[in-house]
Design a protein around this ligand. Structure first.
Ligand SMILES: Cc1cc2nc3c(=O)[nH]c(=O)nc-3n(C[C@H](O)[C@H](O)[C@H](O)COP(=O)(O)O)c2cc1C
Length: 394
């Protein structure tokens, strides 16, 4: 039996998959559903002194793909992902949702109470200025939340003035506080170190990326109704950025890092954890698939751990960090080769080889790599669904 439980700043989680601040935690009832769907913890939707006037339309799916059947997925499982057949697959989502449109008094009187009834750890999310944080922080603490996440989303690119807002919250409350950083903030590692120094208990990375613009070419209009037609990007498209931020922060600080961005499968979550995350959060995936995603992703993490001989989430936390080289790995080519026993002759590796080094790979003939032409770029290795291609030992 693998152990999925984890702990962040003294907060015990039954599993490391937390419902992120956003529509899946938009009120108490939504959080009850997230808990029933298998979440290990809850981050309530961000609240502020003024309830938000949310621009509409507020959400748009980008690059909506075909709903993939299990057959397609089985054939090519590393390029796509296994989801329920009726789930829309997107590369990303734009949103212009700001923060909660429910007045904070209602959160204090009603929504947090409903969420606390689930028995799961409940973390409030609050924003944005130092004054707002030091006013709302003590109120949500009094409402009995287990911790407070504070969003730095609308505070600009320069981290130095943002430190004052973190300090204002630290001085105002006793519960663990978590800084949720946005990818557009400059010098993330220095920022993370400063946050740790002033007593922040954990760092959540990342919020959505932007601002971004997507035009519906049939109407010539932007797809979301925010200022300038802008929205913020989330979902699978931002996962590599999120994982990089998690790794950078995890190497810089000793406090826990919570990874969020693009997680829709146990594999995605494992990647965040291997980059140093102690737990993960999901937002976009839970909007598209519904609250059952939390349990599914948690079970998939468990299956991965079991299949790879790990006993707990701790066993894989940060294992990738020692493999992140300070200098480029090497600049000489090491050719790739194909393990014939594993190659299914699907041909996926042939076309993308811009060096013309892959031969065969058709229905009958297994792929073969011409080592003189191979540039050692590695693309075919990442495309092969069977892991039949690897670099020659060197
Ligand atoms: C529609 C929508 C609303 C969101 N609202 C909030 C919010 O109120 N507070 C917050 O900190 N992050 C908010 N987020 C950001 C998510 O919590 C998350 O950090 C980001 O979307 C990346 O994760 P994902 O790819 O799993 O969605 C929102 C995201 C979306 C898509």
């Amino acid at each position: 039996m693998v152990d999925l439980s984890t702990e962040i700043a003294g907060i015990e989680l039954r599993n490391p998959v937390i419902a992120a601040a956003g529509p899946p935690t938009k009120d108490g009832e939504a959080m009850v559903k997230a808990a029933a769907g298998g979440a290990g913890g809850l981050i309530a939707k961000t609240i502020s002194i003024e309830a938000a006037a949310v621009p509409r339309p507020s959400m748009a799916a980008l690059d909506r793909g075909e709903v993939l059947s299990y057959t397609t997925l089985a054939l090519n499982s590393r390029l796509t992902r296994i989801t329920k057949a009726n789930t829309t697959i997107v590369r990303g989502m734009l949103n212009a949702e700001l923060w909660s449109d429910i007045p904070y008094s209602q959160w204090l009187e009603k929504e947090y109470k409903i969420a606390k009834g689930t028995g799961l750890p409940l973390i409030a999310s609050i924003g944005y200025t130092g004054e707002e944080l030091s006013t709302i922080g003590p109120l949500v603490e009094e409402a009995g939340v287990d911790g407070i996440e504070f969003s730095l989303h609308y505070l600009g690119f320069d981290y130095r003035p943002i430190l004052d807002t973190a300090r204002a919250l630290r001085d105002a409350v006793e519960v663990p506080i978590f800084a949720k950083v946005s990818p557009h903030i400059m010098n993330l590692t220095e920022f993370a170190k400063e946050l740790e120094r002033l007593g922040v208990n954990g760092i959540v990375a990342i919020n959505s990326l932007g601002p971004c613009l997507h035009i519906d070419i049939e109407t010539g209009k932007p797809v979301v109704g925010g200022e300038g037609g802008y929205g913020w990007l989330s979902g699978p498209a931002i996962k590599p950025l999120a994982v990089r931020c998690v790794a950078d922060i995890a190497r810089a600080v000793d406090i826990p890092v919570i990874g969020v961005g693009g997680i829709t499968s146990g594999q995605d979550a494992v990647e965040h954890i291997m980059a140093g995350a102690s737990a993960v959060q999901i937002c976009t995936g839970a909007i598209l698939e519904g609250p059952s995603i939390f349990g599914r992703v948690s079970r998939e993490i468990g299956r991965f751990l079991e299949e790879h001989g790990y006993r707990s989430v701790d066993d894989i936390r940060g294992v990738a960090l020692e493999h992140l080289p300070e200098e480029p790995l090497r600049t000489q080519a090491v050719p790739a080769y194909v393990d014939e026993d594993l190659c299914k002759a699907c041909g996926l590796c042939v076309k993308p080889c811009i060096y013309g080094a892959v031969e065969g790979g058709t229905e009958e003939v297994k792929a073969r790599i011409d080592r003189d032409k191979c540039y050692g770029c590695g693309l075919c290795i990442t495309i092969c669904p069977e892991r039949a291609i690897s670099f020659e030992a060197h």
